[in-house]
Design a protein around this ligand. Structure first.
Ligand code: FES
Length: 159
């Protein structure tokens, strides 16, 4: 991502929402949707434009699990950590994933292929445990199926 691309995205989001009360969240959503994360430089620019301190903007980013402050990997695996999924085996899926990928939540494999993130209820509680792979929900996840998906994602990247 070049500087120009990131600046264009941030400027466009600011143009649309900076004069709106409560515009910070839509700005952050728009930047993350376009770039995959909120770059550190964008925090300064956003804060300056809407008259908030860097700490305030950063505080909002940290508060909402949805926002990322680091560039994610090529693929993003999100595992539901809410109650129904935890009760139906998400803990085993998570532990296996951390072990297989050798990373923790909010981290990316050193080759930049896969980022692992927690998510909190996808609305698929009846089909727990639920995960989201690159934005696509998958229900009734098992350790074996998860391992297959990880292997597929790794191959996909290598093509
Ligand atoms: S608790 Fe996991 S999808 Fe609702």
């Amino acid at each position: 991502m070049g500087n120009t691309e990131y600046q264009a995205v941030v400027s466009s989001a600011l143009e649309k929402h900076s004069r709106t009360e409560g515009g910070l969240l839509p700005i952050l959503h728009e930047v993350q949707d376009a770039l995959g994360f909120i770059p550190s430089d964008a925090i300064d620019l956003i804060g300056k434009t809407i008259n908030r301190s860097r700490a305030e903007v950063h505080g909002v980013i940290s508060f909402y699990h949805h926002f990322r402050s680091h560039k994610p990997g090529e693929h993003i695996i999100q595992v539901c950590r809410s109650e129904a999924c935890q009760a139906m085996g998400a803990v085993g899926v998570i532990e296996n994933l951390k072990d297989k990928l050798k990373i923790d939540f909010h981290e990316t494999t050193p080759d930049g292929k896969i980022t692992l993130e927690p998510i909190y209820c996808l609305g698929h509680c009846a089909c727990a445990p639920a995960v989201m792979i690159d934005g696509v929900p998958k229900a009734k996840m098992s350790v074996a199926r998860m391992n297959e998906i990880v292997d597929e994602l790794r191959i996909k990247h290598d093509d």
